[in-house]
Design a protein around this ligand. Structure first.
Ligand code: ARG
Length: 285
């Protein structure tokens, strides 16, 4: 009896001792970083992490839109969230109308923009872009019974575009900037609604958005018309001209999510072929 008790005591003491040693070791570690390790934030009195405000025109599904709860969601949003995580920065999305969205960078109201923004030579003069993160091009939406078969057919017709987009630019080139037949809307969904109502003969906008709308609004009776004259476009994240610090963080984050498969995962979630037999495998294809 007593020998068992003794053994139990010794075992318990041993465990206790081991525990104390571990605890002691563990306790010794925390002071070390503050004292000797290179802790960048250690000297700042109250290092409140900067929250980067991200402007987005959230009327552009599937890239950015508002769900029933009013939350901003979409492909662009998930890409920026993943990039921010890699870059170690905190972001907050702010719904920002397309009209004037670029001015918010200069005014300092937004730190970056994600809005399916095509990188163009003209825009590059007033803002800086990340490396491209998405390929796009223009696409025409028309009613199913329309005879329109190519972009040139729109020369004398009423065309709806979102004001100040690359869609606006291509139609302005075709018809002339001041053509009365170009109907400019605040948002792309408004232009598409007008097509549904018969107020315009066609809408020209980014392919991803047009395809998404056509697929999700079968009642609208739309079809799409592509044209070889539409040039390749690439989306980038926009920052204030000269903000290379943030630009580099974003580029690094984008590179990281492309290498570790996060980008492909997000891409597949939004654009992956539903016919793919096994999404996990298809993503790496
Ligand atoms: N890619 C086009 C452009 O840059 C259209 C972008 C519109 N985006 C939006 N969220 N409304 O001009």
């Amino acid at each position: 009896m007593s020998s068992i008790t003794t053994r139990h005591f010794l075992q318990s003491a041993g465990i206790l001792l081991a525990g104390l040693v571990l605890a002691a070791c563990g306790k010794q570690e925390p002071p070390a970083p503050a004292a000797s390790a290179p802790a960048p934030a250690a000297s700042a009195p109250a290092p409140a992490a900067k929250v980067y405000l991200v402007g987005t025109d959230a009327a552009y599904a599937p890239f950015e839109s508002q769900n029933e709860k009013g939350e901003i969601v979409g492909f662009d949003i998930e890409v920026v969230q993943a990039v921010a995580q890699k870059a170690g920065i905190e972001v907050k999305f702010v719904n920002t109308p397309w009209e004037g969205i670029f001015n918010t960078l200069n005014q300092g109201d937004r730190d970056l923009l994600v809005s399916a923004i095509t990188i163009t030579a003209e825009r590059k003069q007033t803002m800086d872009f990340s490396t491209p993160y998405f390929d796009a091009q223009q696409l025409i939406a028309v009613k199913k019974d329309s005879k329109i078969s190519k972009f040139n057919d729109l020369k004398k017709l009423k065309v709806g575009v979102q004001n100040g987009t690359t869609g606006d630019e291509v139609v302005a080139k075709l018809q002339g900037k001041d053509s009365a037949n170009i109907k400019r809307f605040e948002s792309t969904p408004l232009a598409l609604k007008e097509l549904e109502a018969g107020g315009v003969d066609a809408v020209v906008a980014d392919n991803g958005v047009v395809v998404h709308y056509v697929n999700n609004n079968s009642g609208a009776n739309f079809k799409t018309v592509s044209d070889a004259s539409f040039v390749a476009e690439q989306y980038g994240l926009a920052v204030k001209k000269g903000n290379t610090e943030l630009q580099e963080k974003l580029n690094k984050g984008l590179a990281d999510i492309k290498t570790d498969g996060t980008y492909d995962k997000i891409y597949t979630k939004y654009f992956g072929s539903p016919a793919a037999p096994a999404p996990a495998v298809a993503a790496s294809k």
